[in-house]
Write a protein that binds this ligand. Sequence first.
Ligand SMILES: [Zn+2]
Length: 305
Amino acid sequence: MKTVQLQTTADIVNNAQRAGLMIPAFNVPYLPMVEPLIRAVVDQDCFALIEVARLEWIKFEAQSPAAVMAEFVKWNEPDYVRIHLDHVPVIDEDNQRVDFLAIIREAIELGYHSVMVDGSRLDLEENIKATRQVVEMAHQAGLPCEAELGAVLGHEAGPLPPYEDLFESGLGFTDIQEAERFVRESGCDWLSVAIGNIHGAVSGVLKDKKKVEARLNLDHLDRLREATCTPLVLHGGSGVKREHLLAAIKKGIAKVNIGTEIRQAYESALRESGNVIAAQDAVYERTCWLIRDYFGLAGSRRLVK
Ligand SMILES: [Zn+2]
């Protein structure tokens, strides 16, 4: 009997980059979001990642990598979705050291299909060193590893400087030469870059606010792609100016993380109705809309798989 090998997540993200498409990665701060997310991806005939970041089990209700995996397995559609471990910071948004290797090792043992280490709060040498350790662990398990260079701000508790000042000054943007060296020496498979994108706030009253509309420096992205020759990842995918986002996908952004937009859909429906099913419906509707109308990825699965 012929066994059909599942295509790896690494292949799928490479295919997306080659086709000028991207793989959306949906964040899960609340466990009941997993089911409607997967249903929306299947109904739109798209391919996507379901992902959880450390702060989603620390500051929200995702509980643990094991809890998200258990929920994922319940609804899993392997032809449509894979599960990714998002941001495990070496130093977190509150400036605390994190035992990142233990968390990532656990996720790999749980069966996650890809992982991310975030050493972006370290200096270049330290970031390369930490990322290299995770890359070796992930590659031994046959999994791709995402890393971050530059500062995708927004998760920190304090207020951000005015967005226009950030964008104009290029403060925190991923440096071109550093990116070339970082990818070569760390061996990371996917690189999360800072080109004007920001994360949605996660603390205090700010977490319910509409995100500022971010712009992207597309020339900078061109130079990063040339320098790294690897799939690039855009974090903070909610609320980026649409023309910029679509142009960035054509220019090599092969994975886009979407957190704030679907989290706020879930939270506001739950607040208004007090009903988890209504909140799940809101996530389903918003995710279908994002895939179909915003990103234009309905029916794109056959192009990446
Ligand atoms: Zn992120």
